[in-house]
Design a protein around this ligand. Structure first.
Ligand code: GTP
Ligand code: MG
Length: 318
């Protein structure tokens, strides 16, 4: 992704990614079966999947350590045990990337506690792919593309909000999920800071006109187990904290939906994967059109083809 401001300003319009050929097509043409590498996908690779299947793009946002990658790996891990929620696993072109991210949370890693490797800031390979098929109705298929971005990307946006225009994939996203660390919310030393940065990130997303016409904005509280372990209740969180974000979003004509999750809780109080089924349902369901029409800022002239995930964005559904 183009997070650098050192990009030379390109005079010429940037070419959209060329029409993708599917793996099936390539096999038929050449007689050679090209298997996906399994690594995370660049925006161009992700664009090829969106061209092939009915798909949903989810940008998972939030500072370093907020729990973004763990949410994604737990979603994937849920399918190790069979169908999950209304969905069955229908394949992934990023199996290796999922496995790498899951490794430190498994016994085979030799660790005494489950961990998630910190996401590196410099990679263009930021999309994870989950193919899903309806558990009851097998004709129903959707392919989810989920960003696994480093928290540094969002920390940079918080210090320089104007750089949000560089995140061109926001325009194409069906969902943008802002992840908030429940552990930090509950801790009196960090609570004010994390509430404020969440407010600023949401406000930047809403005011920058970088969301697409049908993009849904969600707030995902992570580490619910840590919030409860520090004496908070879910009702207290909903009454005391949430309104400062939802009221601001409403003033921009947006209904912010909320998910309380514990992707990988410590202890037994909160079940593993709490809130994941609801999150998957939201991301895999067809999003309703946004009621208020949105004006969208133009893509910056210096954006590279690699950053233009399936641009132009989808038209607003009627
Ligand atoms: N107690 C608890 N810890 C969690 C939960 N989810 C994630 N964590 C821990 O939170 C830490 C950070 O999680 P990550 O998923 O790596 O966070 P991230 O947002 O991807 O971080 P960056 O990649 O650095 O931006 C890891 O040590 C996880 O094990 C949870 O539900 N409960
Ligand atoms: Mg990460």
């Amino acid at each position: 992704m183009s997070e650098s401001t050192n990009e030379p300003a390109a005079e010429e319009p940037i070419e959209a990614p060329s029409a993708p050929t599917t793996i099936d097509q390539q096999s038929a043409d050449s007689g050679i079966v090209r298997l996906p590498s399994g690594a995370a996908l660049t925006s161009i690779d992700a664009g090829a999947i969106t061209a092939r299947y009915r798909s949903g793009a989810v940008v998972v946002a939030g500072p370093h350590g907020s729990g973004k990658t763990t949410i994604l790996t737990t979603l994937y891990d849920q399918f190790q045990m069979g169908p999950f929620g209304h969905w069955a696993f229908a394949g992934s072109e990023t199996l290796l990337a999922f496995e790498e991210r899951c490794h430190d949370s498994r016994l085979a890693s030799g660790r005494s506690t489950a961990e998630t490797v910190r996401t590196s800031g410099g990679s263009h390979e930021t999309w994870l792919h989950l193919g899903l098929r309806g558990k009851e109705s097998t004709e129903r298929r959707i392919d989810l593309l989920l960003t696994d971005l480093s928290g540094e990307v969002f920390e940079r946006i918080l210090s320089k909000p104007e750089r949000i225009t560089e995140l061109t994939y926001l325009r194409r996203a069906d969902h943008v999920a802002v992840v908030v660390d429940g552990d930090l919310i509950a801790n009196s030393e960090t609570s004010h800071g994390v509430r404020h940065t969440t407010y600023l990130l949401l406000r930047t997303l809403l005011e920058s006109k970088t969301l697409g016409p049908t993009t849904r904005l969600e707030l995902v509280l992570s580490k619910l187990d840590r919030l409860l372990a520090q004496g908070w209740t879910e009702a207290q969180f909903a009454n005391e904290v949430i309104p400062e974000w939802t009221d601001m979003a409403r003033s921009h004509g947006v209904d912010l939906s909320l998910h309380l999750t514990a992707a990988r809780p410590l202890g037994d109080e909160v079940p593993w994967g709490r809130g994941m089924a609801e999150l998957l349902e939201t991301w895999a369901g067809l999003s309703d059109p946004v009621i208020a029409p949105r004006t969208i800022a133009p893509v910056p002239a210096h954006a590279r083809a690699i950053d233009r995930f399936a641009w132009p964005p989808r038209e607003a559904k009627q």
